[in-house]
Design a protein around this ligand. Structure first.
Ligand code: NI
Ligand code: MN
Length: 228
């Protein structure tokens, strides 16, 4: 699978040539100033929750690309009111077979509201299973014991976890999370974008390394191919 990083928690993963974008927050992110969202044309957009740092560009990218937006029921209703009608509502515990693979919504321990105060439903993470591999995008979340369920029932090739602390789990808890999900290849997200979540990247990589795990911190705009 080809993975492109657009900063903060925003990644695009190409699965069998189908492009799936996660949590677009690009144009307000000064660290991603070299990325032009007009060039981002996904087939699907998956939204973990309604906070601005996860959905800032969703309306524009959905309109430019015609992508189908997969999100909580409450965010689907909100998007429909913004004129984005190509949506697929889901909720925690549910799964659906899309053309790129199976999406399972899992719980994230976080909050979810839209910028205008609209309730955003439950925050979610996603497990994506396809014939190219299986990965977990946790969204914003604390460490939870429920993550053990993922490790028991899935064989993950890699996982995308927040490591910035303050609003989500930090490095130490992300290492425990990767134990729980039985996955040793982690792409870090939700760090460095604003003052509260600036981290020492070398220290984070070393801590994962000392636990026998690999932490990948991508440069914004960088592409990598991942599959065990
Ligand atoms: Ni959030
Ligand atoms: Mn966030």
């Amino acid at each position: 699978m080809q993975i492109t990083y657009y900063g903060h928690s925003c990644f695009m993963v190409a699965i069998n040539g189908i492009k799936v974008l996660f949590d677009p927050f690009i144009s307000p992110n000064p660290l991603a100033k070299d990325i032009d969202i007009k060039n981002i044309l996904p087939n699907y957009i998956l939204i973990s929750h309604g906070h601005e740092d996860h959905i800032a560009d969703v309306v524009e990218i959905a309109n430019n690309s015609g992508a189908k937006v997969v999100c909580a029921w409450e965010i689907h209703n909100w998007l429909n009111k913004q004129g984005v009608n190509s949506t697929h509502p889901m909720n925690v515990g549910g799964k659906w077979m899309f053309e790129f693979g199976k999406v399972k919504c899992v719980s994230a321990e976080h909050s979810s509201s839209l910028q205008d105060g609209t309730y955003g439903g439950n925050a979610m993470g996603f497990i994506i299973e396809s014939n190219q591999g299986c990965f977990y995008y946790s969204g914003d979340t604390a460490l939870t014991y429920d993550m053990k369920l993922i490790g028991e029932f899935r064989k993950l090739d890699f996982a995308l976890l927040p490591i910035g602390d303050n609003f989500t789990m930090g490095v130490e808890n992300a290492i425990i999370a990767s134990d729980f999900i039985k996955c040793n290849t982690i792409i870090g997200l939700h760090y460095d974008t604003f003052g509260y979540i600036v981290i020492d990247k070398k220290e984070a990589i070393d801590k994962f390394h000392n636990s026998g795990k690999k932490l990948i911190l991508m440069n914004i705009g960088e592409e990598i191919i991942l599959k065990n």
